[in-house]
Structure formats: C-alpha cells, structure tokens
Design a protein around this ligand. Sequence first.
Ligand code: GLU
Length: 482
Amino acid sequence: MAVAAPVRVRLAPSPTGTLHIGTARTAVFNWLFARRQGGQFLLRIEDTDRERSKPEFTADILDGLAWLGLDWDGDPVIQSERVEAHRHAIAQLLASGHAYRCFATEEELTAMREDQAARNLPPRYDNRHRDLSPEQEQAFIAEGRQATVRFRIDDAATIAWTDLVRGEMRWAGSDLGGDMVIARRAPADRIGDPLYNLVVVVDDAAMAISHVIRGEDHIANTAKQLLLYEALGKPAPLFAHTPLILNQEGRKLSKRDGVTSVADFRRMGYVAEALTNYMTLLGWSPPEGMGERFSLQEAAAVFDFERVNRAGARFDWDKLDWLNGQVLHGLPAASLRQRLLPLWQERGWAGEGPGADPAWQDDLCTLLGPSLTRLGDGVEHATPFFSRPSIDEGARQQLDQAGAREVLAALLERLEDGPLDGDSAQALLSAAAGAAGVKKGVVMKSLRAALLGSLQGPDLITTWLLLHRCAEDRPRLQAALA
Ligand code: GLU
C-alpha cells in the first residue's frame, strides 16, 4: 500500500494506569507502520484527567515502551500543557456557532436519562439548550447556573470514512448520543476543562498526525472527531481501527483477567522480543513463508494494514510461551546471562566464588538455554548449580542400587582436583565402571543422582564439568556415599 509522505503516527496513552497490553499492542502497530513507511512514531501523554493521572504511571508507560524496543521520535507531548490551544479551539467553535453553552444541571440530565430508560430508549442528550435565546441564557446565569459547552451533532448527518482495517465505515449522526460535551461545567463567562474528543482532534491536528491507529473501541469517537475536524476546518487523518484483544472466553481482555500490564508479563519472565512478536500476531497475519517467529524489524519490513484482521484476537498463553521459548533458545549465552544474572542475584547467587565468573555463567547458560520457556526456568534449573541439592526419592533409589556406591567410590578415588574436560571425564567414568564391574549406564545415573539429587537434568558431562570447576563434584559424591 503506497502512502503519501510524511507519515506521522502517535500513541496517546492516558497515564491513569500502568502500560496495558492492549495499549502496548496499539503501540506495536503504530511503530511497525511508522518504521515501514519511514515515518515518525510520536507519543502524547493524555493526562487531562487530573485526578486519575499519576506521574508514576507515565514513568511505567515510558519504561515499558522502551523495554519493548518501541522507540519513539522526539519528546512526548504532554497534553495538559496544551490546554490553552484546546480552549482556543472551543472558543472558535462557540464563535462559529458549531458549539453552544448548555445550562442543564446534573439533576435535569439524570431525570432525562431515567425517563429515556423507562421508555426503553437509548440514552442521549435531547439537545434541549441548543437554541436558547440570549434572554433564556441570562435567566440561567442569573439563577447561578454553570454551563458545559456542547458541540452540535446533526442527527441527519452521515459520517463516512474508509478505515484502513475495516474498509467503508458509516455512522448516522443520530447514533452519536445528541450534542456532545466538549468542555466541562464552568461559570458561563469561562470555558471549563476541555474533554477527550475535542483535545484529541486539536492535538492530532497540531501534531500533523497522518494516520490514527487505535483500538476499535474508539470507532464511535472517530465519527465524532471527524465532525470536529470539519467544524474546525482542519484536514482529518486516515484511521485504522485494530481488533480488540479477547480473553479465553472471547470477551475483551480486562483487569479482571489478572495479568494485563506489560510489567506483569515482564515479571513473569517473558522477554520483550517474544512479547512484541506475540502482540504483532495478535491481529496481524504474517505473509506466507514468514513463519510466526520474527523480530520487530522483520515485521516492520513487510507490515501493512491489509493483513490486519477485523475479528478480535483471542489471547493464547501457549503461543506466547512457545515464542518465549523460541527467543530464549536462540539467545547467545552472554545475552541470556545478562537477563538471568539479576534474577540469580536476587537469590543471593553468583556473587562470589567460581559461580561469579562470567565465563562459567555463560557455559551454564549454554547448558540451560534450550530447556527454558520463561526466564524463571533459568532460576529453577540453575538451583543445583548454585546451591547443594537435597536428594529426591528417585535419586535415593538409584543410589541404593547394587553397584551404585561402589562405582561412585571408584570415581572419587580417581577424581583429581585439576582441570577436567569431556574426554577425561568419559575416561574416568569408563575406568570407574570397569573397576566396580557395572555397566556405564549405572555410573551415569548414579553420578547424576549424586550431583543433582535427581535423575532429571541437563547433559550430565557438561553438568559435571561445571560443578567440577566450582570444586562442587567431590563434596557431592562424598555426601552421596555418606
Ligand atoms: N487516551 C486515549 C486512550 O488511551 C487515546 C485514544 C486515541 O488513540 O485517540 O484510549
């Protein structure tokens, strides 16, 4: 799809909570499109809800995006710093007659909605103050009433646009709930706090946004916003509404589903490469031959809206786990070490002795890498390398088998403290097996039981060599014999 330059897209998160997976997925699609088109990916922090917006949420959102590798262009725009521009636009709409002051009180509006509900009508503002005379306005002001500012929505209007994901879209003005509040209640000689649809339009226009890419829960807002662009005499951007993320039951993923913030996924041991890969697949189908495992850069090279699905995307933990495993298995040892080290250090491991040696840690990562699904597995599976294990039932039974102790004793006798490599380790095992008169399988299983306290674990010889470098093999063999 050829797109007229310059492409400028934006993510406009509200800092009223931590970075939600849905917002992060919207960020992924914006980023992919911007990078594909050689355009700009901008950020706007929509902090106009002063009560619910918190600086720590802004920090969480920026941290999360940076961690995911979704770098943005320039400094984030802070919406609350633009309130004069928003008020100016409202004043313009009042002056042009596209907007007016509405003096309806909260009680009147509640009574109106209750009446509509009683008659089974959808809730809407009945436009009661649309055409007040100056005398009527003065009478309300004299009563001490405050006013909101409402934007006229013609019930007979049809709002149409070509959505880049959903194709031809059409909304009837009569389905937009009546004239829309664009500024909160304030004394009638002032303009109250500007509201969402108005500020988004003013800011997107000021930022010269070419494409608004956001979740499909904003479709009705888009219809309202298109009317505002027209009234303000600004060119409207193109729109792409992406499908929602659904939970296992097929409903919109929400806080009730537990894990929804990017920080939660991170804490659970998912890595950024897997999460962005997975979020891309949530709603976008890669071209044939690409497979499902790809980097953000690889996806950016081919991303377009034609491959974005219209249907909601069901969250699939198995797929995410699989992708995470794929990423972890493919990481170079040093890179895996950098991610595991903080987790090991939290346990008080890897701070001193041979286990603190980066080369040893790299070799441990090479050994464990292929068995990991989440980073936490790299803690669990590393446990017997950093602390002496207890002996489980299976290992105990193995050690009680005929010949097991004899062969371990023969091994101990031959074990020297100097360096050990794969060949000499194999030779030692053969020699011990011969001396004790047992098969090699017995010595292998018994050694595993003694070193790891379990019959399960990674490659035995590599395990042994790693423990030998820490002088941890001899004491474990001795303990097993005791
Ligand atoms: N602050 C809005 C939100 O977080 C932005 C929506 C938009 O992209 O316009 O839902």
